[in-house]
Design a protein around this ligand. Structure first.
Ligand code: ATP
Length: 238
């Protein structure tokens, strides 16, 4: 397996408070890798650091053979890394289509961009039906689809999804899960952050369990799903 992303001994602090305390993990080419953990474990901080939005206080991040620590956030997208953030961050007054096009702002191939907008509408038909409406009129789940669609518009090698299931109905969650499986089949490498461990681990090749800034357990998705401590802590079993 080739590692597309390699994180080594990563440390991130907010002032004096260290939120990520020396974690190491990899996301292999063509696989789905998941970080699970409860509120405040440091998952979002980790993704924001990989994206260049936060600076690490220690350790290294290597993406596609290149060290990321000196690369500014806007350049990181052009290397092939896209981030669909927690809380979605869509632009509510802009149309759905304008939001999608923002994800392609670095591209200089209009024909390819048009093709990918259509691909997003095939993946999420509701977005196509409402393409000229303000994005703020979408439901939470639909906004999540838009955030994913927008992240895909840069044709990323690595797609990072922060809690895509948050606040979604079971039906919407199934749709998002199916989309992740579809994206993986099309060759996209995915790094997923989730509190909803059951759904995430069942579609993951590898998983890492984070607790208060550290990785405390790792294994295949199936291993972790069957692990007793994971079942107790994350799947609500006694
Ligand atoms: P959640 O699922 O709730 O987002 P998480 O695992 O993603 O949890 P983080 O958001 O990365 O966790 O937070 C890790 C720790 O860092 C928490 O203790 C949090 O309170 C703290 N933290 C996060 N953002 C900031 C900030 N801007 N300033 C100070 N502390 C922060």
């Amino acid at each position: 397996m080739t590692a597309l992303l390699e994180v080594e001994d990563l440390r991130v602090a907010y002032g004096k408070i260290e939120a990520v305390k020396g974690i190491s993990f990899t996301a292999n080419q063509g696989e789905v890798t998941t970080l699970i953990g409860t509120n405040g474990a440091g998952k979002t901080t980790t993704l924001r650091t990989i994206s260049g939005l936060l600076r690490p206080t220690g350790g290294s991040i290597t993406f596609d053979g290149q060290a990321l620590h000196a690369v500014p956030a806007h350049r990181i997208v052009s290397l092939g890394l896209a981030h669909s953030p927690e809380g979605r961050h869509i632009f509510p007054r802009m149309t759905i289509e304008e939001n999608l096009l923002l994800g392609a702002f670095l591209r200089r191939d209009p024909a390819g961009v048009t093709e990918d907008v259509e691909r997003a509408y095939t993946l999420f038909p509701i977005l196509g039906e409402r393409r000229r409406q303000a994005a703020g009129t979408l439901s939470g789940g639909e906004q999540q689809m838009l955030a994913m669609g927008r992240a895909l518009m840069s044709r990323p090698k690595l797609l990072m999804l922060d809690e895509p299931s948050m606040g979604l109905s079971p039906l919407m969650m199934q749709k998002i899960t199916a989309t992740i499986v579809e994206l993986k089949a099309a060759g996209t490498t995915i790094l997923l952050v989730e509190q909803n461990a059951q759904a995430a681990l069942s579609l993951s090749d590898h998983g890492y369990v984070m607790e208060t800034g550290r990785i405390v357990l790792t294994g295949t998705g199936a291993d972790l799903l069957h692990d007793e401590s994971v079942r107790k802590a994350y799947l609500g079993e006694d």
